[in-house]
Write a protein that binds this ligand. Structure first.
Ligand SMILES: [Zn+2]
Length: 632
């Protein structure tokens, strides 16, 4: 077969742009001209310009149009600034035609409770492997989205047997740009600050991003820390898709400081102890194959030195707790077209694109070569998760909803969004040595998401003793520790909820909980003549306040706690909506707000509760309206 050099893709650069890397990657393949290249669609050679999110969307649509039998584009949401969130599935025509069956097959393997061992074996023999490549979660880590386009183009255009085998064996999911708003901010600012010649100088204006830089999304969330709270559409949308597809391998491709080289798995210590041994071993296998490809290219790289696997709320770690092999890749960033490193070399944007491309291909190859073993490991993992729960002295986790109905509802809904099965009791019962009210939430940890439950709900996740001892040694020598980032995240602690854990549960009527985060509130006594009062003190009352202010209602607040004649006690801060200060349709408007916010003003403000006992103050509108109502 004729050896075509992919270097051609990197060869040309327009006037005023840095020449992208022209080193040959030497891939042994021919390329089909029927596949549109970045240059034919966007007008510039790949690697010679930092593509805008809009251009990238055009490119992936062009690929789908050119190869409808091999590419399917799925939208999974919209950013705050209105940009599409999407991924593509790329595979052989046979696999793409049966994508629905593939997803059903993965759902069956993910749920051993409803899948027989024989059926699982059939699926393991027949299903393709799957890999999910997520690029550009940090908008100013620029080279990986470009590599997403190059990877997609290569998979579709290369006509060698090895690539065809990879596509027959593997469904490749590409999420080319997880944070389009952040990238857009970077790209427009960057080109606004460049001249005819790009500068490699790290103190040049083009290399100095002003605040806010492109890393975060529109509301300045670091999306790579939102995988536990799931507050942002870029993350929650992707989580929904991952729970549909259960990819066997997940890679999150980033950039780091420009003086580094390239990082891939295995991760640095500390490891989260809830990561399975088989997963850690497979991460080594993936790293070794990446190393082989990088060695062939003569690319520098390192493993295990930084980027630990402790916090579960990174994109590169969350999928681990469902049985996926998840990891991060990091490329030294040119943070523009070119960058002079500390040792005087020029690192280019094209260098980053090439390396992320090679790492992507190498990992797809591992998925393809290890297809059957990865499927078997995934099935084993989901079974092992159930067994771990069954054998645990803390098999059942119970959260009494009475301690804070709003917070416990939100936690239960959030866990459901994480793919955890949560149930709710219809009656009061006694378990774990305590009385629990009707409506309490029950999590049976003997479920395929056992490790996800544990890592989200355990109050303490330990680091290995020898690792901790080493950190103490470093501290005593006044040296920095080796922990990359977040070390605490327990959701019940964050929601201020107590949990009970025990081995057995009495027979109690339970129903499945949905992903809803808010239980609709109710306005009682709508004919109240003087006022409505809503108790202050939880998420619902905060939501009701902001919703009422947005709706133009007048809200008063009591500085002191007070008690009605009937004995109902209202804490300081309780909200008071008087008839006198509000429009005639107050009760119907409050009824609607109660449904949306979860908080119902429960009580008529009674005439015989003497006004002089209460002090009112007008709520400062400007200070109260910065919250979003019903934010998921
Ligand atoms: Zn990053």
């Amino acid at each position: 077969m004729k050896k075509t050099l992919i270097a051609a893709l990197f060869a040309v650069a327009g006037l005023g742009t840095v020449q992208a890397d022209t080193n040959s990657l030497g891939l042994d393949t021919d390329y089909r001209s029927a596949t549109p290249s970045v240059e034919s669609v966007l007008g510039y050679p790949i690697g010679s310009r930092i593509s805008s999110p809009a251009a990238m969307y055009d490119y992936f649509n062009a690929l789908q149009q050119a190869h409808p039998d091999q590419v399917k584009l799925f939208n999974y949401g919209e950013t705050w600034e209105g940009r599409p969130l999407y991924y593509v599935a790329i595979s052989s025509p046979e696999n793409v035609a049966t994508l629905g069956d593939f997803k059903e097959g993965m759902q069956a393997l993910a749920n051993p409770q409803r899948t027989s061992a024989d059926e699982a074996q059939r699926l393991i023999n027949e299903l393709p492997a799957s890999i999910w490549l997520s690029y550009g979660v940090h908008g100013n880590e620029i080279s990986s989205p470009e590599a997403a386009m190059l990877t997609a183009w290569h998979l579709l255009a290369a006509d060698d047997q090895a690539t065809q085998d990879m596509l027959a064996n593997t469904v490749v999911f590409i999420d080319p740009i997880q944070n389009p708003d952040g990238r857009s901010r970077f790209v427009s600012r960057y080109y606004m600050n460049t001249g005819m010649e790009h500068s490699a100088d790290r103190i040049s204006v083009e290399h100095n991003e002003p605040w806010p830089n492109g890393r975060s999304n529109h509301y300045l969330f670091d999306l790579n820390r939102d995988w536990i709270a799931l507050t942002q559409p870029e993350v929650s949308g992707q989580v929904e898709e991952l729970l549909e597809t259960y990819p066997l391998i997940f890679v999150d491709l980033h950039e780091m400081g420009g003086d580094q080289t390239y990082y891939f798995t295995p991760e640095a210590r500390p490891y989260n102890p809830l990561i399975a041994k088989s997963q850690r071993e497979s991460l080594w296998t993936i790293g070794e194959n990446n190393g082989r490809w990088f060695d062939e290219q003569g690319f520098d790289y390192f493993t295990r030195e930084i980027f630990d696997a402790f916090y579960p709320g990174y994109g590169a770690s969350w999928p681990l707790y469902h049985g996926t092999l998840a990891m991060t890749y990091e490329m030294a960033s040119a943070r523009g077209h070119k960058f002079r490193t500390e040792d005087g070399e020029i690192l280019t944007y094209g260098d980053g694109v090439q390396r992320h491309f090679i790492a992507s291909l190498a990992t797809i190859e591992t998925a393809s070569n290890e297809r059957k073993r990865l499927l078997q490991d995934f099935w084993n993992y989901r079974n092992q998760a159930i067994e771990e729960g069954k054998e645990s002295d803390e098999r059942y986790i119970v959260i009494d909803s009475k301690q804070d109905p709003a917070a416990s509802k939100r936690l239960a809904g959030l866990l459901t969004q994480h793919g955890v099965q949560v149930q709710q009791s219809a009656e009061s019962f006694e378990a774990c040595g305590v009385d629990l009210s009707a409506g309490s939430y029950v999590i049976d940890t003997a479920q395929p998401a056992h490790f996800m439950v544990r890592t989200l709900l355990d109050e303490q996740v330990n680091m290995a003793p020898d690792f901790l001892a080493e950190q103490e040694r470093l501290r005593s020598n006044n040296l920095p520790d080796q922990i990359y980032d977040v070390t605490a995240w327990s959701l019940p602690l964050m929601f201020n909820l107590e949990q009970q854990r025990c081995a057995r549960l009495p027979r109690v009527e339970l129903s499945q909980v949905s992903g809803e985060l808010i239980a609709p509130g109710e306005l009682t006594n709508p004919d109240a003549e003087v006022a409505f009062v809503a108790a202050w003190g939880d998420m619902n009352s905060g939501r009701l306040l902001t919703a009422a202010l947005r709706d133009g209602l007048s809200v008063k607040q009591s500085d002191l706690a007070f008690t009605f004649k009937d004995g109902t006690r209202y804490p300081a801060g309780s909200l008071i909506f008087t008839r006198a200060d509000n429009p005639d349709d107050l009760s119907s408007r409050l009824a609607e707000l109660a449904i949306a916010s979860g908080q119902g003003p429960r009580c008529r403000y009674q005439l015989d509760c003497r006004r002089s006992e209460l002090r009112f103050k007008q709520c400062p509108t400007s200070a109260c309206t910065t919250y979003r109502i019903g934010l998921g």
